[in-house]
Design a protein around this ligand. Structure first.
Ligand code: SF4
Length: 259
C-alpha cells in the first residue's frame, strides 16, 4: 500500500479541470523533480528530485503508483470526452522520472485517453524520444538561445534542448512550443530574433504559446526558504506581450497567449 508521501514524492500535485495545459479540459499531473532552476519558476517546490525513491526501486511499488494515478485520471473521463481533453504530464520535469512516465503514457493509450507531455526538453534523447512518441502531443519550452544567458537563467546549458528539438522535428512529432515571456530575461530583441531564426531554420514547428511571467510563486520561495531570483522582475504589460506576439506572427508563427 502506497503512502501519500510515496505519491507526493513523485507527483506533487494533481490539478483537475485545467484549461491551459493542452487541448480541452485536462487533468495535469505535476511530477516532482526538475534538472533546471529557472529564475522565473513559479513552482519552486517542484525542483527538488523526489525524496522517497522507494516506489522507483521495486516493480510492485511502481505498479501500485501507476494504478493509483490511473484511478485518479479516470475520475475525469467524462470531462475529457466532452471537451476533447485528456491528461497532461507536467512538472517539475516528467522526463526526470521515466519509470513512472512511460507506464502512465502506456496506460492512457490503452484507455484511449489523450496525453500531453509538457517538458523543458532537458533530458537525454533516449528518454525524450520514447516519451514524445508515446504522447499524443508535446508541449516544449524554448526559453533563451544564447548559451551563457541560458546557463545563467536556468542553471543548465541550452545545447541539449536545441538538439532535442531538432531531432523531434525530424521525427515529425506533434509539438507546440512554449515561450516564457520574462521581461529583461527572455524578451530581448536578440533572443526573440535568435529563437525565430533557429526554429525557422532547424524545425518544422510554427505554433508557439507565449506565457507571460507572473509573480504568483513569490510567496512559495519565502515559505521554502529558497532564493527568489526574480524579485526585480515585473509581469509584462499588455503592450509588451502584444509586441512579442506580433514579432512571432510577422515571421509566420501561429501564436496563443497563455497555455
Ligand atoms: S523547467 Fe519549469 S519546473 Fe523546471 S525550473 Fe524551469 S520553470 Fe521550474
Amino acid at each position: 500500500m502506497l503512502s501519500m508521501a510515496d505519491i507526493r514524492s513523485h507527483v506533487f500535485k494533481i490539478q483537475r479541470y485545467s484549461l491551459h495545459d493542452g487541448p480541452g479540459i485536462r487533468t495535469t499531473l505535476f511530477f516532482q523533480g526538475c534538472p533546471l532552476a529557472c529564475a522565473w519558476c513559479h513552482n519552486p517546490e517542484s525542483q527538488a528530485m523526489g525524496l522517497g525513491a522507494s516506489a522507483r526501486e521495486t516493480v510492485p511499488a511502481i505498479e501500485a503508483l501507476v494504478e493509483t494515478l490511473v484511478r485518479e485520471i479516470e475520475k475525469d473521463l467524462i470531462f475529457y470526452d466532452d471537451s476533447n481533453g485528456g491528461v497532461t504530464f507536467s512538472g517539475g520535469e516528467p522526463l526526470s522520472c521515466p519509470e513512472l512516465l512511460f507506464p502512465l503514457l502506456d496506460a492512457c493509450r490503452e484507455r484511449q485517453i489523450h496525453t500531453c507531455l509538457d517538458t523543458s526538453g532537458f533530458a537525454p534523447f533516449k528518454i525524450l524520444k520514447p516519451a514524445a512518441t508515446k504522447a499524443d502531443l508535446v508541449l516544449f519550452d524554448i526559453k533563451i538561445l544564447a548559451p551563457l544567458d541560458h546557463q545563467a537563467a536556468t542553471g543548465k546549458p541550452v545545447g541539449l534542448v536545441l538538439e532535442n528539438l531538432k531531432q523531434l522535428s525530424r521525427l515529425g512529432v506533434d509539438l507546440k512550443l512554449r515561450f516564457p515571456l520574462v521581461p529583461t530575461m527572455t524578451d530581448t530583441r536578440e533572443n526573440i530574433t535568435g529563437i525565430i531564426e533557429f526554429l525557422t531554420r532547424e524545425t518544422l514547428y510554427r505554433d508557439i504559446h507565449i506565457l507571460p511571467f507572473h509573480n504568483t510563486g513569490a510567496g512559495k520561495y519565502e515559505r521554502l526558504n529558497m532564493k527568489n531570483k526574480a524579485t526585480h522582475i515585473r509581469p509584462p504589460t499588455k503592450e509588451q506581450v502584444e509586441a512579442v506576439r506580433q514579432r512571432f506572427e510577422a515571421s509566420g508563427f501561429k501564436t496563443k497567449i497563455g497555455g
